[in-house]
Write a protein that binds this ligand. Structure first.
Ligand code: SF4
Length: 517
């Protein structure tokens, strides 16, 4: 007699994924919080320590307030593993069911930011409900359906890399060299997912799935490696952290809290390697459906988050009145210095910049006066009842590099605020115009939003979250990333914190030569 099939209702499948998406937007995985808290305790770089403090405080506030960790609430990635003895009771395609769940989660009364555009090539119109998701499914042994839901931020996904190495080449060397080129747009500290073998697409899928495993590097370091794969994880972890990139690329001891590797057999002539970084907005959860009802996702115990004060650097920050900005004041700011901004700032990101520059080139008058003002590169989450604005962290500034010289030249703009490094042309423009570029902490969006006291749309309302707003802020914490002399903290910070790698065998030799009494 054949075994009865475990039946999972369409309702339970859709409701569980929708709940999981709201859940991951708000709660970091406990293993990530613990790893970040350990990094905070171990960090010696004051700027990086402050950035980690902000990420942890933001994480705690998001959990308490049940609001998104980051303004980029991600591309939905769903991995569905269907047991051969289970069946989802629906005649509709699996991806349609997942998209129902995404639509429900992102247009919920507490909406998440919809970031997905319908056509990547031509008409880049937002689908407005964050559909479609990227769905992977697999038939496996068993009687249940296991689902992993992840919301992957664009900044870190943009840094994914693939290479087909020569079979004799070192994967660890390639990963370390590649991470060194990534800059800070992926919002470290985070983790690395690495897939080796299979084929090009298999390597990338393994890299993505590897990121969804619980973080256990501290435990691995304590017990020591028990396989060559674990040795490789530790080697890459040590070497990447020795690069000195640090939190937000400010220079520091921790760039990654873990390195995850998966492998698969491959052609003898190949060594495909996929590398996907995960940012500080680590968001995923796994649940199993066995036909007994929807998944029950229990929020983490709130005692998980350590009590962390705002960092010493933030306490000693220089206060800046944005309503009385002068070029002479800006010239006194130094790369690496912490500032607390109060007053009025404008917002604008890719689409607004593109439109501004088109108008400048066409000789048309601009709808806003940018002279001696600050502009914040941001696209916030919609406000919940009682909020001025939803989570409003910075977006990657390099995307604005191509517009920077034109905007600074034509408008007299003085200050830009975003995240990650600027390219050589943008830095040169900042120096020539005596302007400055500041960074807020990527992954601390809810914390940043608490500094915003009012918000109104000033121009380009049709651009939605990309419209030009005016924010009034109070004590918004930022760091000077490029000062008016053209010095960049993203160059000086990592060079200062770069250190030689002490391999475990070298460390053992030193310890054996001079045993600790
Ligand atoms: S932490 Fe940074 S990369 Fe990650 S989702 Fe937020 S802004 Fe994007």
């Amino acid at each position: 007699m054949s075994k009865p099939v475990c039946v999972i209702s369409e309702h339970d499948f859709v409701a569980s994924i929708a709940d999981a998406l709201q859940y991951v937007a708000v709660y970091h995985p406990p293993s990530f919080v613990r790893a970040l808290a350990e990094s905070y305790m171990a960090e010696d770089s004051p700027a990086a320590r402050d950035a980690i403090a902000q990420i942890l405080i933001n994480s705690k506030m998001a959990a308490y307030g049940r609001r998104p960790i980051c303004q980029d609430t991600g591309t939905v990635n769903v991995f569905v593993k269907i047991g051969m003895g289970a069946r989802i009771d629906s005649t509709r395609p699996l991806s349609e069911l997942v998209n129902d769940a995404v639509r429900r989660a992102y247009t919920n009364p507490d909406p998440l930011r919809a970031s997905i555009i319908r056509d990547p090539l031509f008409d880049r119109t937002n689908t407005r409900d964050n559909t479609p998701a990227v769905v992977h499914f697999d038939m496996i042994a068993g009687d249940c359906v296991t689902v992993t839901v992840a919301a992957k931020g664009g900044g870190s996904e943009n840094k994914a890399k693939f290479a087909n190495l020569d079979p004799a080449a070192s994967v660890a060397d390639w990963v370390v060299q590649t991470v060194e080129t990534l800059g800070a747009g992926w919002c470290p500290p985070g983790l690395l997912g690495i897939g080796v073998g299979g084929s090009a697409e298999k390597a990338m899928c393994m890299a993505k799935e590897a990121l969804l495993e619980p973080i256990d590097m501290s435990e691995l370091l304590r017990r020591g490696p028990s396989s060559k794969l674990e040795e490789m994880r530790i080697e890459i972890y040590d070497r990447v952290n020795a690069l000195g990139v640090g939190a937000q690329g400010l220079g520091g001891l921790t760039t990654v809290v873990d390195v995850k590797i998966r492998s698969f057999p491959c052609h003898a002539a190949s060594k495909p390697v996929g590398l996907i970084p995960q940012c500080a907005a680590d968001r995923h959860v796994t649940f199993t459906l066995d036909g007994s009802g929807p998944a029950q996702l229990t929020p983490p115990d709130l005692s998980l988050w350590p009590d962390i004060p705002m960092g010493d650097q933030a306490k000693a920050a220089r206060r800046v009145n944005l309503d009385a900005l002068t070029r002479a004041d800006v010239a006194t700011w130094r790369a690496g210095e912490a500032l607390l901004l109060s007053g009025r700032m404008l917002t604008g990101r890719d689409a607004a910049h593109q439109r501004l520059v088109s108008m400048i080139e066409a000789g048309e008058p601009l709808p806003i006066d940018l002279r001696d003002r600050a502009i914040y590169y941001v696209g916030p989450v919609g406000a919940a009842p009682g909020e001025v604005v939803g989570p409003a962290g910075p977006t990657t500034s390099t995307r604005m590099d191509g517009f920077t010289d034109a905007v600074l030249s034509a408008t007299g703009l003085l200050v830009m605020i975003g995240k990650a490094e600027r390219g050589p042309a943008a830095i040169d423009a900042i120096r020539r115009h005596g302007a400055a570029y500041l960074i807020a902490v990527g992954g601390a969006a809810y914390l940043v939003s608490k500094a915003i006291k009012s918000a109104r749309v000033l121009a380009f309302a049709d651009l939605g979250m990309e419209a030009i707003h005016e924010f009034v802020v109070e004590d918004m914490p930022v760091t000077v990333a490029v000062d008016a002399s053209g010095e960049s903290i993203h160059h000086t910070g990592p060079s200062r914190w770069r250190r030689p790698v002490i391999t475990r065998s070298a460390r053992r030799m030193v310890e054996e030569a001079s045993p600790i009494p």
